[in-house]
Design a protein around this ligand. Structure first.
Ligand SMILES: *[C@@H]1O[C@H](CO)[C@@H](O)[C@H](O)[C@H]1NC(C)=O
Ligand SMILES: *[C@@H]1O[C@H](CO)[C@@H](O)[C@H](O)[C@H]1NC(C)=O
Ligand SMILES: *[C@@H]1O[C@H](CO)[C@@H](O)[C@H](O)[C@H]1NC(C)=O
Ligand SMILES: *[C@@H]1O[C@H](CO)[C@@H](O)[C@H](O)[C@H]1NC(C)=O
Ligand SMILES: [Zn+2]
Length: 955
């Protein structure tokens, strides 16, 4: 659209608005809504689809403190080219969630189209609908221009998304302001009226004005032209940007700030790859640049579709935002990250964050193709965006940055998370969602973790080459279009047919495999029963539930079968030997009596249980020749054993016998599973201090070997996985009161106080232990360090440390700190949680704090944001309380909080906490005796091991 037409439209519009006058949003609510009575279906939240947008021109005037009557607000106008795609449409329905709609008008060939005077505009706030009624039906297939003028206020902080403002400290220690956007998944409607569902792809042209003293605006595309404006308020600049590719509303973005700038770039690319951040992150962008350059190249090659070929106007910017409601967001041309995840400075950044940054950058860049170029049609299919991005976030980044071994970390991050989550009452990957909270809810474990795990499982069946081919077909065939699971299926089917990848599987129906895993919830447990005298293996399957009393469902899942035996170890062989598509199957192995382990490297999405004899053989091998079993399968066995014990398919006695090998285990993947399994159990003994102490000493004895292996100090050039092992194990050991761990940590903490540099890889437990075992002076030291640090990731670690204080006065001070703006709103609920970790006594202080400060918490934590931080805090607290505290908590809720949004869920959390306590009381003896038994038998093996070690040493 040309500039001249805009001007004409603008004039017509102003006339219209004058006549109509400004009316505040709420007055529209009074307009009776036709057919309201039939609106009980949740699908009413969806747009009707009879009118579609083709192109948007979005005019935004951003005002900051200089506008004194309405500070931090914006005025907007949007011109939308639309077409009716059905006959007889007189009502145009779109989304708007802005404060005031000033007016709307409709044009055809620049000539006003008459609206229905009696109800030209209807606003339905609950559905975020704006309805424009024209007098006559729209002509199908003809272009109309819908013009809407509106105004709104920037949200304070990131939590409510939309257009919001934040603050930062610049290089001169001056507090500065920035404003930016976060629209995913349904918040573009806060910034401008639009068809705010991913399927309505259109072209967006932004025209943004700002005060002249703010620096240039960053957005999806490059600058076209700009002008100086002389408006009422002050000198201003308006920047007109180039049109975006055809894309979904949630991918539109911009950032306006006082002093953000490019802190690293690689201009050998076109567009250049740029890292952008607040001015005093200058010098810390190189790590991020290296990640973005590596992944941009990789994906361009892998998809055979270079980044620059996606669209000529797109930028490849990566912005570090001090505040961000999620880890990062894939807005096209300008990805935004929470600062702590992008600004990685290895001298000051903890390894877990450095590690995560690699997968995050890779995840967001993968979205440029999966998510931006092709986009899930509707959020029911969020997994098509998020499953692929999550899969590539680990698997592709491993190709480029192998030092992080992300392909192995995939198991704990996605596979095991999904197995844990998907074993209760869950939903399928393709799940019908409608309301905003349902949509938000589907951005979770099923879409990300199960989605990614399903894709990796599929890769092993059809081969990596066929998978790559399917990706290319999918992207080519659906370029710039919305897609659903059928489009994806078609791409898989085409690639499989072309490559003949399933030739060796008789009777394997890929359609059924895809249908079941995409459309059905849950996953199978494979029961393995081996006749060791003739080598016959009988396999049966059933849906796995953590609750052992759940009745069977009869659901059959097509399962890729892989296994290794002592005589034929082929853990790294991931191509299934067969596909099991029935309830029972029999396979034959050699006649030897030996261990057999199914699900090589735990690559497929199922658990395995064995007959007693086979478990004994596995347990013996784990103890006596653990290196013959791949570490990822040792981790798998530990993960399955904890789940099988919980679901009462394996006794604790038997389970702990199998887990005896942990005493000599030092692998990260195994220990990360074990720590979460032990934590689950010891949390249920919290109300039984002496039993918990006994259990802790059992765990501590098991930790000795791994602690000795990784040591208390970093070693130069150690792998990231080793650093992570030390980080996890020492944090756990120090929490359990491991003497040497505490002593070493206190020494390191003293060094910190003496201004010595301490490696960030060991700072977590050093901060925590230093404060927990320290004085108020130590607390104050760390608080000052927190306040003066320029490194977002290190600051979060310091908060974690501060929350560990045992002193109730300091803890109250700490909780007060979380109400202040220096604890950023995305960190508030997390920081509250830190106060509960590690020190049992802290729960009581937190309870008193909540009772006395709930209103302040509601406000500071942003109660009504989609992330639900207040609910998180209230529910979480329950799990740390003992029975008298639960009674107190419940009384307080029932007498003062009945009408609160969190009442019901918090009562549920209290009931769950009681169930956990009950479970602990009922099972404490069983668990302790299982632990004791496994410990006593171990003694002989320990001596044996000692002998072997000596022997090796002498040689
Ligand atoms: C549109 O309205 C006309 C006149 O009322 C009617 O004849 C026609 O069937 C309608 N078309 C559709 C698709 O409903
Ligand atoms: C309708 O608008 C689209 C998008 O702006 C444009 O490509 C198309 O040419 C227009 N059609 C007509 C008939 O003007
Ligand atoms: C494969 O499964 C689909 C359902 O998922 C079914 O419609 C189709 O008939 C099956 N094909 C064969 C050859 O059995
Ligand atoms: C195991 O195989 C042997 C030899 O074929 C057979 O005699 C025995 O009955 C089988 N055991 C079971 C439990 O099926
Ligand atoms: Zn994502």
């Amino acid at each position: 659209m040309s500039r001249i037409i805009h001007t004409i439209l603008c004039m017509v519009l102003l006339a219209y608005v004058k006549a109509d006058s400004d009316f505040p949003f709420w007055e529209h609510d009074q307009i009776p809504v036709r057919a309201l009575s039939t609106r009980n279906e949740e699908s009413i939240y969806r747009l009707p689809g009879d009118v579609v947008p083709l192109e948007y021109d979005v005019y935004l005037d951003l005002f900051f403190a200089e506008r004194t009557d309405r500070p931090f607000s914006y005025d907007g106008r949007v011109n939308i080219t639309i077409q009716a795609v059905q006959e007889n449409v007189t009502q145009i329905v779109l989304h708007a969630n802005v404060d005031r709609v000033r007016g709307a008008s409709l044009y055809k060939n620049e000539i006003p189209v008459q609206l229905n005077h009696t109800n030209a505009l209807i606003i339905e706030r609950q559905y975020h609908f704006l309805k424009v009624n024209s007098l006559n039906a729209l002509v199908v297939g003809e272009n109309y221009t819908l013009v809407i003028e509106y105004s709104s206020v920037m949200n304070d902080g990131p939590m409510k998304r939309g257009i919001w403002r934040g603050w930062y400290i610049d290089e001169n220690n001056i507090e500065r302001i920035y404003a930016t956007t976060h629209f995913q998944p349904y918040n573009a409607r806060q910034a401008f009226p639009c068809w705010d569902e991913p399927l309505y792809k259109a072209v967006f042209t932004l025209h943004i004005s700002r005060p002249t003293n703010y620096s240039a605006t960053f957005t999806n595309t490059g600058l076209d032209t700009y002008d100086h404006l002389d408006m009422n308020f002050q000198d201003r600049v308006v920047e007109h940007f180039l049109p975006t590719p055809k894309m979904s509303t949630y991918l539109v973005t911009f950032l306006v700030s006082e002093t953000f700038k490019v802190i690293a770039n690689d201009t050998s690319f076109n567009p250049p790859i740029r890292i952008i951040g607040r001015s005093n992150t200058q010098g810390y962008g190189d790590h991020a640049l290296n990640l973005t350059v590596g992944m941009t190249k990789f994906f361009g090659d892998y998809f055979d579709m270079p980044y620059e070929s996606l669209h000529k106007n797109l930028y490849n910017d990566h912005i570090s935002s001090p505040d961000w409601a999620s880890a990062g967001t894939e807005n096209w041309g300008m990805v935004s990250y929470r600062e702590l995840n992008l600004i990685i400075y290895p001298r000051e950044t903890i390894m877990s964050v450095e590690h995560y940054a690699t997968t995050l950058v890779s995840h967001e860049l993968a979205h440029k193709w999966f998510g931006n170029l092709v986009t899930c049609y509707w959020w029911s299919n969020t997994w098509i965006n998020e499953g692929f991005a999550s899969y590539f976030g680990y698997i592709a980044s491993h190709e480029v940055f192998p030092q992080y071994e992300l392909h192995e970390h995939f198991n704990s991050r996605y596979l095991q998370t999904s197995l844990a989550f998907d074993s209760g009452s869950t939903v399928p990957m393709n799940n019908d969602v409608n309301t905003p909270s349902q949509v938000t809810g589907h951005f979770g474990t099923i879409s990300y973790s199960k989605g990614a795990a399903f894709l990796r499982m599929t890769v092993n069946i059809i081969s990596p080459e066929t998978f790559q081919k399917a990706c290319k077909i999918f992207l080519e065939d659906n370029r710039l279009e919305p897609v659903d699971q059928y489009d994806l299926y078609d791409a898989f089917a085409a690639a499989i047919a072309e490559d003949g990848s399933l030739r060796e599987y008789n009777d394997f129906n890929f359609t059924e495999y895809y249908r079941v895993w995409v459309n059905e919830p849950g996953y199978p447990l494979l029961n393995v029963d081996i006749n060791h005298s003739n080598g016959e293996i009988t396999l049966t399957q059933e849906r796995f539930f953590l609750n052992g009393n759940t009745p069977p469902t009869g659901q059959i899942y097509p399962i890729p079968i892989t296994y290794s035996t002592k005589s034929n170890t082929r853990f790294r062989d991931l191509k299934p030997v067969s596909m099991m598509s029935s309830e029972i199957a029999v396979i034959q192995k050699s006649e030897e009596e030996e261990w057999v382990i199914f699900n090589n490297l735990q690559h497929a999405h199922y658990r395995v249980n064995y007959d007693d004899k086979t478990w004994d053989l596995i347990a013996e091998a784990l103890l006596n020749e653990p290196e013959t079993i791949d570490h990822l399968n040792r981790a798998q066995i530990a993960d399955d054993v904890f789940a099988l014990m919980r679901s009462e398919r394996l006794t604790y006695h038997k389970g702990f016998q199998i887990l005896k090998f942990l005493r000599y285990e030092s692998n990260y993947h195994v220990w990360t599973v074990a720590i979460s399994g032990y934590t689950w159990l010891r949390n249920r003994l919290r109300h039984l201090p002496s039993q918990q102490a006994t259990f802790d000493s059992f765990i501590l004895s098991y930790l000795e070997h791994v602690i000795e292996t990784v040591g208390y100090e970093t070693i130069s050039n150690e792998t990231p996985t080793i650093s992570l092992t030390r980080q996890e194990v020492l944090q756990f050991a120090c929490n359990l009161g491991h003497e040497k761990c505490v002593e070493e940590s206190l020494q390191w903490f003293r060094r910190l106080k003496n201004q010595q540099w301490v490696n960030p890889k060991i700072r977590r437990h050093v901060y925590i232990t230093g404060v927990r075992e320290g004085t108020s002076e130590d607390y104050t030291f760390l608080l000052n360090r927190f306040r003066t640090s320029n490194f977002a990731n290190d600051k979060l670690e310091m908060l974690r440390g501060l929350g560990a204080t045992k002193d109730s006065e300091l803890l109250t001070e700490y909780l007060d700190l979380t109400l202040q703006k220096e604890v950023r709103s995305h960190d508030k609920a997390t920081s509250f949680n830190y106060a509960l970790l590690g020190n049992k006594e802290n729960a009581n202080v937190a309870l008193e704090y909540i009772k006395n400060n709930i209103d302040a918490i509601r406000e500071a934590y942003v109660e009504d944001s989609p992330a639900n931080p207040v609910q998180t805090v209230l529910s979480n607290l329950a799990t740390y309380l003992d029975e008298p505290e639960l009674v107190d908590y419940e009384n307080w809720l029932r007498t003062t909080q009945r009408d609160s949004l969190q009442f019901n869920n918090t009562i549920n959390a209290i009931n769950n906490a009681r169930a956990n306590i009950e479970w602990g009381t009922a099972n404490a003896d069983i668990i302790l005796s299982a632990a004791r038994d496994s410990a006593s038998i171990v003694v002989t093996s320990a001596i044996m091991l000692l002998v072997t070690t000596l022997f090796t040493f002498v040689l």
